[in-house]
Design a binder for this molecule. Structure first.
Ligand code: NAG
Ligand code: NAG
Length: 147
């Protein structure tokens, strides 16, 4: 009888600890602000050994942060390590008339650096404690957005 209870308890514990953390939890574990991922992640893959990851959204996602227009494809990929994302694919920023890939994101003290290879822009990391929403970004006050 008590053996059975013990077994049940063990099963429950393992089931709980087996649950996949959300993509936002993973980002936090790597010491990065969740705001680098917009809302609406459907699924992700992560190789915890190499840091190779893929994140899936239902659709492309566009929003503006501090006059920068950003676009996330429905699948983004890269290599994550503590405080750092490199080989990023699928995230771009509009510069003049062109969409340029952001290839690297890194935490530098209290700043978050977004690099497009030849240039980079820094923002306070504290601005990214929340995930932006597709469409309205961080500026959704009073707007009700579907999708
Ligand atoms: C993605 O699409 C599926 C199927 O249309 C829907 O059930 C799901 O709620 C969507 N997920 C998000 C995060 O929008
Ligand atoms: C992670 O990547 C390594 C090196 O490519 C590979 O050997 C390993 O099987 C991968 N692990 C998973 C869980 O995919």
């Amino acid at each position: 009888m008590s053996k059975l209870i013990f077994f049940l308890l063990l099963t429950v514990l393992f089931t709980v600890s087996d649950q996949k953390p959300t993509a936002y939890d993973v980002v936090k574990r790597y010491n990065l602000p969740v705001g680098i991922l917009p809302k609406g992640v459907v699924d992700y893959e992560l190789n915890t050994t190499t840091g190779d990851f893929k994140v899936f959204f239902n659709d492309t996602c566009k929003f503006t942060i501090q006059s920068y227009q950003l676009k996330y494809k429905s699948t983004i990929s890269g290599v994550i390590s503590p405080g750092h994302v490199k080989n990023l694919k699928g995230v771009s920023v509009k510069v003049l008339f062109f969409w340029i890939n952001i290839v690297e994101v890194s935490l530098d003290g209290n700043d978050l650096d977004f690099s497009v290879g030849i240039a980079s822009a820094s923002f306070p990391a504290a601005d990214f404690v929340e995930s932006p929403q597709c469409g309205c970004g961080f500026d959704c006050n009073g707007l009700v957005f579907s999708s």
